[in-house]
Design a protein around this ligand. Structure first.
Ligand SMILES: [Zn+2]
Ligand SMILES: [Zn+2]
Length: 402
């Protein structure tokens, strides 16, 4: 044990219970890792977690939001009876979907294991907490937007704070994340023999190339906090036919909701201008689901940092906006105060979605880091359940960002 600074007696026993759950963490991680299930097909992982949570005295509801692999596990603390009606509900978020082909190269198997272990450590060490503890199983983070559908169905309506930790190439408690959406462009021209009658054609590929270059030029005028990147998905049918249909797909990301809309509008303009130049038509479709920007809860982050310090778990020195991605936790952070610390499970070069990362997910270093995060997460949830001042500050900060 490295909890030298851990003087709080209850938190000390929470950390000790987490330590005892070390074998469970590696067991759950390994089981889910060995049976990767993609987007909305996570039946094995969801069932495994539910079974483990029932054994810890949670009552489980599944499916929720019409999603067979989503669940809500709930356990009220025995201190809830005497507590005020305002005793909070705090949720640990579990993800467990894998990536196509490469499997658990984002480490969601560890997210599942640590969410369970943090919940179990709390109910074993401090079952008399006031309020309600939930573990919410959210499928399909990798592109399927499970949380978005669960938010729309009202699953998080009574949740006062939500927390999860995510494996990474660095340890950082507070980070922001991009909003992201996908746009699909279809440029339509007119086919013609490219040698005999080129003047009878309308070249949709010209429009596509102009559009690509217009975006490239525009990128120089964007704020640092935006990203636009895309590809050609259909570029023509044969070299001797003037291309009549060209299709492209672009991702657009930004840190701020308003700027996000502005960048989307500018990209659309680039496409319309390019179509006009080439004499083509363009149709633009936006993917139905948008991932919102992630706004971290700073009071929760402070509590988490204090708990990391108490167990001597160091944090890396990174700005909030360095090396960031997008996640459906962004949408959750818009409706519930949320925290999403990340933690290094390998070296700096071992980045998410890579083969190296896949190895790190089941490495010794990965396990030790996940165990430390389990402790810090459990202690932070305990803080939120038992410290009305922290919960009040968390609510206040959340209102301010709205
Ligand atoms: Zn990922
Ligand atoms: Zn991930």
């Amino acid at each position: 044990m490295t909890e030298a600074n851990l003087t709080h007696p209850v938190k000390r026993s929470i950390a000790q219970e987490a330590e005892k759950l070390s074998g469970e963490i590696s067991g759950i991680n390994r089981a889910i890792f060995d049976k990767p299930e993609v987007c909305y097909q996570e039946t094995f992982a969801a069932a495994l977690l539910q079974e483990k949570l029932v054994a810890e005295g949670f009552s489980v509801k599944s499916p929720v939001a019409g999603l067979p692999t989503a669940f809500v596990a709930t356990r009220k603390g025995s201190g809830a009876k005497g507590a005020s009606a305002k005793a909070p509900t705090v949720a640990l978020i579990a993800e467990y979907d894998a990536l196509p082909q490469i499997g658990h190269a984002c480490g969601h198997s560890l997210i599942a294991a640590t969410a369970f272990a943090a919940a179990a450590a709390i109910v074993r060490a401090a079952p008399d907490f006031p309020g309600t503890l939930q573990v919410i199983g959210t499928p399909a983070e990798e592109g399927g937007g499970g949380k978005v559908r669960m938010i729309e169905a009202g699953v998080f309506r009574n949740v006062d704070a939500a927390i999860m930790t995510h494996p990474s190439n660095k340890t950082r408690v507070v980070a922001r994340m991009f909003a992201v959406t996908e746009l699909f462009f279809t440029f339509t021209g007119k086919a013609a023999h490219a040698a005999a009658f080129p003047y009878k054609g309308v070249n949709a590929l010209d429009a596509g190339v102009l559009f690509y270059n217009a975006v490239s030029s525009m990128r120089q005028q964007l704020k640092e906090e935006a990203r636009v990147h895309g590809i050609f998905t259909h570029g023509g049918d044969a070299p001797n036919i003037i291309p009549e249909k060209v299709e492209m797909a672009f991702y657009i990301r930004a840190l701020d909701r308003e700027y996000f809309q502005e960048v989307i509008a500018r990209v659309r303009q680039c496409a319309q201008g390019a179509a006009k130049s080439a004499g083509c038509k363009v149709s633009i479709k936006q993917r139905g689901m948008v991932y919102d920007p992630f706004y971290p809860s700073y009071p929760m982050g402070q509590a988490f940092r204090a708990n990391m310090a108490a167990i001597n778990a160091p944090e890396d020195d990174f700005s909030e906006t360095e090396e960031i991605g997008s996640s459906d936790i962004g949408n959750l952070s818009q409706v519930v105060p949320s925290l999403h610390p990340e933690y290094a499970i390998g070296g700096r070069e071992d980045i998410n979605h890579s083969r190296n990362f896949l190895e790190a997910v089941i490495s010794k270093k990965g396990h030790a880091a996940a165990l430390a995060m389990t402790k810090a997460m459990a202690m932070t949830v305990y803080d939120l359940l038992t410290d009305p001042q922290l919960m009040a500050e968390t609510r206040r900060a959340f209102k301010k960002t709205k």
